[in-house]
Design a protein around this ligand. Structure first.
Ligand code: 0L1
Ligand code: MG
Length: 253
């Protein structure tokens, strides 16, 4: 299998499949990003627009659950946006999970190398609370880091909450999220769970993209990574994230 074949195969997957690494044991992270970029090219060719970037595996909760100790980047397109009140299209998904995230909207371009958390935060126009819906194409969410990178970080959909604040208006390391499933609070975390501060995750993204000759662009949405572990999104259930200053967002299936 080559990069083009892998990208087309992953994009066309509608039920869970074996990880790429099962047949491609020496698949490395660099090649996996080439697969991710090729899948983005295919998405754009079918009319999707690039709207931003997400980080995955930025919190210890997520890294421990997946057994991978390094963050990853993945592309976000307009086809992944869940407008307020829109149901999660469960029938299109394999085994979706949801996780609360802090979401940045960039006020200006940000390009590594040398981006620090402080310079990263200075490029942020607004911060929102959000929920990401992930849906790995791989059976039982079992994969290596290159597998997850090639699969565009398990990205499926995301919703952004109603309250956008300038980052200086709150301490993002202390911003809390309560994760509620069908009326029960099942987990909680603060922004410190995301690399110590979500601006560290943003700086990481800018520097990692810079190393690939790319930049984070003005107006992009940046999902900084699940604050808690992700919870299964069952048909008929409602998942909400309640943030201390950034309001609440609810997704229904
Ligand atoms: O957004 C994420 O943290 C997903 C990263 C990829 C691994 C996973 O499916 O949890
Ligand atoms: Mg995520």
């Amino acid at each position: 299998m080559n990069v083009r074949e892998a990208a087309a195969a992953l994009l066309g997957t509608v039920s869970e499949r074996a990880p790429l690494s099962a047949d491609w044991p020496d698949l490395d992270v660099e090649t996996a990003y080439a697969i991710q970029d090729e899948a983005l090219r295919l998405r754009r060719a079918r009319g999707e627009t690039l709207v931003g970037l997400k980080l995955g595996l930025t919190s210890r909760a997520k890294q421990e659950r997946m057994g991978i100790d390094a963050p990853l980047l993945a592309w976000l397109t307009d086809a992944m946006v869940l407008p307020a009140g829109a149901p999660v299209p469960h029938d299109e998904l394999i085994h979706p999970r949801a996780e609360p995230e802090l979401v940045f909207v960039l006020g200006r371009e940000l390009a590594g190398p040398g981006v620090t958390a402080a310079t990263a935060l200075a490029a942020v126009d607004r911060v929102y609370g959000g929920i990401e819906v992930i849906d790995s194409r791989y059976a039982d969410y079992r994969f290596t880091l290159p597998d997850a990178v090639a699969d565009n970080g398990s990205s499926a959909y995301f919703g952004v909450g109603p309250v956008g604040l300038p980052p200086a208006a709150l301490d993002l390391s202390l911003e809390a999220a309560l994760l509620e499933v069908d009326g029960q609070i099942v987990d909680t975390a603060t922004g410190a769970a995301v690399q110590g501060h979500p601006a560290e995750a943003l700086a990481l993204a800018a520097n990692a993209l810079g190393a690939r000759g790319l930049a984070l662009e003005q107006g992009w949405l940046i999902l900084t990574g699940g604050m808690t572990d992700a919870v299964p999104l069952r048909r008929g259930s409602r998942v909400a994230a309640h943030f201390s200053h950034l309001g609440s967002i609810t997704l229904a299936c």
